[in-house]
Design a protein around this ligand. Sequence first.
Ligand code: FES
Length: 97
Amino acid sequence: MAQFIKVASTADLAPGEAKCVEVAGKKIALFNLEGSFYAIDNTCTHRGGPLCEGEVSGEEVTCPWHGAIYNIKTGAVLGPPPPYAVRIQGSDVEVQV
Ligand code: FES
């Protein structure tokens, strides 16, 4: 049965900040958006990047590993990692990293 378990105090996160918490075997990214708190799975669905370490912009967090974007309020994936730029130099195929 689902239950509420304390993972932080409200004073632990200023507005716009995030914190990684682990509870009941789950890694969770906790966010304070203008005084309201939201929790989504911390593990990026792409390759497992830590969303609690991502850049927060408005209601969105960007995965720090490859740039997938999530809505913090819904947990929805808003955008997959962007593609890498590719260019041809003579017969060489180069990828910008
Ligand atoms: S692990 Fe998050 S975008 Fe790749």
